[in-house]
Design a protein around this ligand. Structure first.
Ligand code: L3W
Length: 431
């Protein structure tokens, strides 16, 4: 992998996600190498427990979804019907990582494919799902090859298939390649795509836990979320809760990252609650020489910009929410003082406009309109009233006005840029 990973001296007691990679000093691709590093021991422990007890341990750990929304994983699992009459259920891993500036799941899958496979078998046991799918971004060729190889090895070793480890539990696992659409990362669009339908989001409720893939109860979890499960089972919920820092109840560690003009860009597994300043200055070495920080996106393109004065906030879900943004994927994008903020926002909105599925009118028509206005402001050709129109669009495309979170997410960088950089927008209006 060409992803720069800043890991030193980490171990299983502090780094549930990446310690095997550091310990091995390289990717852990074969089942032998993985088993030599406690691999599949969490699954062995889990199948000796009642599925609902596995669920209870995950709920007690306070693990929250790492795809961006931070929904409590144990709560999500507890909404799936259990018992002998529950019928067919599915476990789906959302590996359609396409959030701009986000490359954590790619690293985890490429370097530690067995950890995701073990996590999925364990999670499937806990929720009683006999079929699992890894919905993988189509461009993630290496991850696909390594996951398929890991699934083959795990099947040969008896961890996948019939009567796993004598527990009576049966499970099959498949990698399903996406075709390169951002909207497939929205869980209901993902489910439609998996079924071979057009990837439009579905209305919620019903949530997938009640009616997901092929109308059956389905749990959709992000790659990073799932890859915490083996360590939670091996070391316990209290240990996991003790890994985070800061005041929030958020538990565990997080893959944090940096892109943009920092000295060092890449990925770090750090305690949840690490500040933006520690991330950027201690791990990223600060801004590149000759550049100053203008603003930053805390977690992908669909979050609100924060300013340098927000760097001392703990990067956890609630603290960043209170500051007016969202932690999202926690891979920050830094914008420097030489970058035209209008061009940066136009670039993001072009991405969102291109990736709209076109299902609902505000998103399909509102995003290209947003881009058109931003292009004219960028060119210094903005008309009187354009800024007010952009403000209005942030409301018309905001939460509750569209079928899914795509357009509201797209409005986050725009609304915050309008708030923090009014003079830059005004400069683009023709006198
Ligand atoms: C049962 C309820 N379940 C919510 C479940 C829901 C879903 C999860 C989150 O994603 C995020 C955004 C960006 N009963 C429930 C319930 N759930 N209420 O919880 O749901 P929600 O609606 O909060 O968020 P969402 O619409 O699923 C939006 C992030 O996704 N994003 C892109 C991320 C991209 C990547 C990537 O490329 N790796 O992660 C774009 O917006 O951060 O927070 O499972 O069913 N009452």
């Amino acid at each position: 992998s060409n992803i720069n990973v800043g890991l030193t001296n980490v171990g299983p007691e502090t780094h549930p996600l990446t310690w095997r990679y550091t310990k091995a000093g390289k990717s852990v691709l074969t089942i032998e190498d993985y088993e030599a590093l406690e691999g599949y021991s969490a699954l062995k422990k889990a199948v000796a427990m009642q599925p609902t007890d596995v669920q209870a341990e995950v709920k007690a750990s306070n693990l929250r979804g790492r795809g961006g929304a931070g929904f409590p994983t144990g709560v999500k699992w507890s909404l799936i019907p259990m018992g002998p009459d529950a019928g067919q259920k599915y476990l789906v891993c959302n590996a359609d990582e396409m959030e701009p500036g986000t490359f954590k799941d790619r690293f985890l899958m490429e370097e530690l494919p067995h950890q995701l496979v073990e996590a999925m078998i364990t999670a499937a046991y806990a929720i009683g799902a006999s079929k699992g799918y890894i919905f993988l971004r189509g461009e993630y060729i290496i991850a696909g090859e390594r996951l398929n190889a890991a699934i083959q090895q795990a099947t040969k070793a008896g961890y996948i298939g019939e009567n796993i480890l004598g527990s009576g539990f049966n499970f099959e696992l498949h990698v399903h390649l996406g075709a390169g659409r951002y909207i497939c990362g929205e869980e209901t669009a993902l489910i439609n795509c998996l079924e071979g339908r057009r990837a439009n989001p579905r209305t919620k409720p019903p949530f997938p836990q009640q009616a997901g893939a092929w109308g059956k109860p389905t749990i959709v979890n992000n790659v990073e979320t799932l890859m915490n499960i083996p360590a939670i089972l091996l070391r316990g919920a209290d240990w996991f809760k003790g890994l985070s820092q800061g005041k929030s109840p958020d538990a565990g560690t997080k893959m944090y990252g940096i892109s943009g003009r920092a000295k060092i860009t890449g990925l770090w597994e750090l305690p949840i609650g690490t500040t933006g300043r520690e991330l950027l200055y201690t791990h990223g070495g600060g801004m590149a020489d000759g550049y100053e920080l203008s603003c930053w996106l805390p977690g992908g393109a669909s979050t609100d910009f924060l300013m340098p004065e927000h760097l001392d906030l703990a990067m956890d879900y609630d603290t960043i929410m209170k500051a007016g943004s969202r932690m999202g994927t926690a891979l920050i994008m830094v914008v420097d003082d030489k970058q035209n903020i209008i061009s940066a926002v136009r670039n993001l909105e072009q991405f969102f406009a291109r990736e709209s599925c076109g299902w609902c009118t505000p998103c399909r028509d509102g995003l290209p309109w947003t881009v058109k206005i931003l292009e004219s402001i960028e060119a210094g050709e903005g008309q009187e009233g354009d800024i007010a129109t952009l403000q209005q669009l942030t409301r018309f495309l905001g939460p509750g006005k569209t079928f899914c979170a795509h357009a509201p997410g797209a409005m986050e960088p725009l609304q915050s840029a309008l708030k923090f950089f009014p003079a830059e927008f005004a400069k683009g209006i023709k006198a």
